[in-house]
Design a protein around this ligand. Structure first.
Ligand code: GUN
Ligand code: FE
Length: 428
């Protein structure tokens, strides 16, 4: 049991806070630590203290919170952050594709995967939905690194059989065969999951998208991840390439790639019919605000997404994104969210920003009640936050009069220094 301040979320997404809380965790039959109780110390302590076999850890001045869930990130772009390109398509061509070609080398991929995983944990991220590259070995590298750390990681080999240079372009058939092999090798092993990963519509042929959709139907509990409607040049290009489809998003629907557990990064330039399609298929948007700022792509429309009842969560989109830190991402979401919300005199509430990066992102993945929260039954992936980690944060959080002020101080001023420890439920 831990004694500390405690943050978690109710089923309706409301933040629940105990200033003097108790978190009890215990291993299940598979050796995964799970939350068995979370609430106020006063109410729960009598059941636990002085009981034989109960280990007690007191963390005065600290806050326990769910591990963050990053809904969209590219591990091979760890070293692409901050590449000085203007706009998505030049950035891909001049920096990202040449760099990703290096991941054909397993030793190189292993090195980056280890660094990436440690960087996630250092920033308090315990689960990510990650792109690898088109090279199958790049998936072996990230899965191995995640498994060694006991993390719940979801990743997939990128499918891109056209409009891609030598070194990253795959073969239509071979890419699909490799995908199926990797599903069988990794999906459901320990805490790992596989995601079928067409890069985006412009870089896959109809045949490859069709094959991906067939795999998505055959393996109903694997994830699907791609990009959609990020940038206006990209949207125009898709219109040329797929004249038969009603919209960019509809291309994915036409090939059987919209269903539960499908996550589409950005989802900015959608129309009402697209948003309804997202809702009806229970596909989710991965909102990537630091990436949208960096690549000047546009901004996610929270008002219209909520009107349509779309699923969504927050993502770093490293290396289009500018930071691994969920605090930087939540801060950017606050700023870009005003683009839509300010029209109605609203802004994103601190608890809602935090929810989008934890329990909300877990719900978008179909993992509500499994990760992203500290309710009984959840896998015990959590962070120990030190709200006094810098002089200014110590002042601001010390003066906070309510939960909104406490959370918002950390969202606006915080970064990796807030994360004192990241605890993963199956750490070896
Ligand atoms: N669209 C296709 N590939 C990518 C990528 O690597 N990053 C981003 N931000 N958008 C993409
Ligand atoms: Fe991306």
């Amino acid at each position: 049991i831990y004694r500390s301040a405690l943050l978690r979320f109710a089923d309706d997404g409301q933040a629940v806070y105990d200033s003097d809380g108790l978190l009890a965790v215990a291993p299940d039959a598979q050796g995964v630590q799970r939350v068995v109780a979370a609430g106020s110390w006063q109410a729960l302590a009598p059941q636990y203290i002085d009981r034989e076999g109960v280990q007690r850890i007191d963390l005065p001045g600290r806050l326990l919170a769910p591990g963050f869930v990053d809904l969209h990130i590219h591990y091979p772009q760890t070293d692409v952050i901050g590449a000085p390109a203007s706009g998505l398509l030049p950035w891909l061509e001049n920096y990202t594709f040449p760099h990703e070609s290096r991941f054909a080398d397993r030793a190189y991929a292993d090195g980056v995967a280890d660094f990436f995983m440690d960087e996630l944990l250092r920033n308090g991220v315990t689960t990510a939905l990650a792109f690898a590259t088109s090279h199958p070995t790049s998936v072996d590298a990230i899965m191995t690194a995640a498994r060694q750390r006991g993390m719940r990681m979801i990743a997939g080999k990128v499918l891109q059989d056209r409009n891609s240079p030598d070194g990253v372009r795959d073969d239509t058939e071979q890419g699909l065969i490799d995908t199926e092999t990797l599903i069988q090798r990794w999906h459901g092993v320990d805490r790992l999951g596989y995601a079928i990963t067409p890069r985006f519509a412009p870089t896959s042929t109809d045949a490859q998208l069709r094959g991906a959709g067939e795999l998505a139907a055959r393996y109903g509990d694997v994830w699907i991840q791609s990009h959609v409607a990020e940038n206006l040049d990209e949207v125009a290009w898709v219109k040329q390439l797929f004249p038969e489809s009603r919209s960019y998003l509809a291309v994915y629907d036409d090939f059987g790639l919209m269903r539960e557990r499908a996550v589409y990064a950005h989802s900015i330039w959608l129309d009402e019919t697209d948003r309804k399609l997202m809702h009806d298929t229970r596909s989710a948007a991965a909102i990537s605000p630091t990436s949208n700022q960096f690549l000047a792509s546009g901004y996610f429309d929270y008002i219209k997404a909520d009107e349509a009842g779309m699923l969504y969560g927050l993502a770093s989109d490293v290396g289009g994104g500018m930071s691994f830190s969920p605090f930087r991402t939540m801060q950017a979401a606050y700023v870009v969210g005003r683009e839509s919300l300010a029209k109605q005199g609203l802004s994103l509430a601190p608890g809602h920003l935090w929810w989008q990066h934890t329990a909300g992102a877990a719900r978008a993945l179909g993992l509500q009640g499994v990760i992203g929260n500290l309710q009984p039954g959840c896998e015990a992936d959590f962070v120990v936050i030190n709200p006094g980690c810098t002089p200014l944060l110590a002042r601001k959080t010390g003066e906070a009069r309510n939960l909104d002020e406490l959370l918002f101080a950390m969202i606006i001023l915080g970064d990796d220094r807030l994360i004192e420890q990241t605890i993963v439920s199956q750490a070896k």
